[in-house]
Write a protein that binds this ligand. Sequence first.
Ligand SMILES: Nc1ncnc2c1ncn2[C@@H]1O[C@H](COP(=O)(O)OP(=O)(O)OP(=O)(O)O)[C@@H](O)[C@H]1O
Ligand SMILES: [Mg+2]
Length: 241
Amino acid sequence: MPVVEAPFNLTIPRGQFVAFLGPSGCGKTTLMRMVGGLDTPSGGLILLEGASVGGPDRRRGMVFQSYSSFPWLTVEQNVLFGMKYRKDMLPAEKRERAVHYLKLVGLGAFGKSYPARISGGMRQRVAIARTLAAGSEVLLMDEPFGALDAQLREELQVELRRIQMEDAKTVIFVTHDVEEAVFLADRVIVFSPRPASIRADIDITARLGAARDLELRDSAEFFRIRTEILHMLRHAPAMGG
Ligand SMILES: Nc1ncnc2c1ncn2[C@@H]1O[C@H](COP(=O)(O)OP(=O)(O)OP(=O)(O)O)[C@@H](O)[C@H]1O
Ligand SMILES: [Mg+2]
């Protein structure tokens, strides 16, 4: 595959919740993998607090589109695994956190189950619980709620925003759901089709405020932003090449 270049700069301040929107195949997952240190860019630089990103490390926790869990570990052991290297937590505290986050994602009763015995959406929730429990400063989430039903998705959106605000976490969140992006993020980046460039950089918090509750979704301004973005995605310039 030829190297495609469409240079852009993006600086994400600490504690900001950024959502990436863009057509399928524009390179969102690729970009996330590079931020996570799983892939190396063929050109350009990815800096974390001024230092070039090497391999993956515990400062960045990831939840990916195709999630993974260890089949030989129970659900709870999978979540505990995310805290394996946390020297600052006692085993009892780790267990407490595992139980807490499993409950949060609606899996309180499944701690002793093995991944093969639960559904795909439930495994996705295990991955979310593991990442939240690990307590990374930066969360990279690639369509994490894609496989969930509408109700649970809404609950987890509210929880994620709450956790992000409480701990001032930096989050990069990829989604195809425009409303999800507007509801969750301080800032929405809309990418053009591949090779992706930044089409729009929208300051959501300036327009909706930082506090997000479900009623906000019914507000006129929410609707206006959503429509603007949908329009932008619909009228994306044709794919080159
Ligand atoms: N700038 C780029 N240079 C080289 N290859 C790219 C670039 N952008 C995307 N690709 C390639 O395009 C393919 C699709 O990219 P990717 O999976 O990142 O898209 P996506 O935006 O996550 O799509 P989806 O929304 O469907 O998940 C991958 O094979 C990736 O390697
Ligand atoms: Mg993707």
